[in-house]
Design a protein around this ligand. Structure first.
Ligand SMILES: [Zn+2]
Ligand SMILES: [Zn+2]
Length: 294
């Protein structure tokens, strides 16, 4: 049975005092409907990616919608034959996306949110524009929009520093995007602060774009923060990458574990140290066996 995966978020103020009860109720709904995954709750809103049977995911969507007063929550769906998550995690945090800026209050919908069709048309148009990927370097490494600038940041909270250090012109329209749209909600407000005159963001991010334009302007695969490691242009779990046992990021070099015989993939940086074993447990056993032989 394939796992139905859905990603969603909403910026909407909640009373901090209400969050523990919301968390408990959500846990009950997820456990009752066989849904696993990570949901973050904060005074500024919620952000989650979860997986389960389709009827369970529908129950979860209805429950999440009950938190929201205005426009429907936007759910980005995909499917996986293997479980992308192994437990229910509900975290109470200060922010639903870690920029270290709890003072920013994104608009749910405004005319700077481009639909995938509007984004695609603007990419193909002749008008001058700059495209910037707001994700981290380990994400851009495996795929990005054609012609996009990779700011080379290690974590999202470096975005402001990047904006202040770059000499990009501020009077040319800038197009920004991320995985599912949430990072751009805050990134665009920091661009306003830095004086960029016209910025647009891709609503629903790469996941939303690929759902409509699998053969469009996005090149490579899209890194995701679960056991799929990445999804391809058709939103299918990656066949190229799996989680590197050394660093936890995208590995693309295939080996067979000397201890357990499992197939696994490591990244180029971890290859010298990790090509013999698929996990820390197997590494310890292989090293102990080496010592005995020696
Ligand atoms: Zn690695
Ligand atoms: Zn192993």
């Amino acid at each position: 049975m394939p796992w139905h995966v859905t990603a969603f978020y909403r910026f909407q103020p909640f009373n901090e005092a209400d969050l523990p009860a919301m968390k408990e109720r959500l846990r009950e709904v997820m456990e009752a409907s066989g849904v696993l995954g990570l949901v973050i709750l904060a005074p500024e809103g919620f952000n989650g990616t979860v997986a389960g049977p389709t009827d369970g995911i529908e129950a979860l969507k209805a429950f999440v919608q009950s938190w929201v007063e205005d426009a429907p929550v936007r759910f980005k769906d995909s499917f996986s034959n293997e479980a992308p998550f192994h437990r229910v995690s509900i975290d109470l945090r200060k922010e639903i996306v870690g920029l270290k800026r709890t003072d920013l209050a994104p608009e749910a919908e405004d005319n700077r949110h481009l639909s995938p069709a509007e984004w695609h048309a603007m990419l193909l148009s002749d008008e001058p524009k700059i495209i910037i990927d707001t994700r981290n370097d380990y994400e851009t490494k495996i795929g990005k929009f054609r012609g996009a600038i990779d700011p080379g940041i290690k974590k999202f909270s470096d975005w402001k520093t990047y904006l202040q250090s770059t000499d990009l012109p501020k009077d040319i329209p800038v197009m920004i995007y991320c995985t599912g749209g949430i990072r751009c909600e805050k990134a665009i407000l920091e661009m306003d602060e830095e004086g960029f005159q016209r910025v647009v963001q891709l609503r629903d991010g790469i996941l939303g774009y690929l759902a409509e334009y699998p053969d469009g302007e996005y090149e490579g695969e899209c890194y995701v923060f679960d056991d799929r490691t990445a999804v391809d242009a058709h939103l299918q779990p990656s066949a190229l990458y799996s989680t590197c046992p050394g660093c936890g990021l995208a590995g693309d070099r295939a080996y067979t574990c000397e201890w357990c015989g499992d197939e696994f993939k490591v990244c180029a940086e971890c290859e010298p140290k990790w090509k013999r074993h698929c996990s820390k447990t197997c590494r310890d056993r292989v090293l102990r066996r080496d010592r005995k032989k020696a």
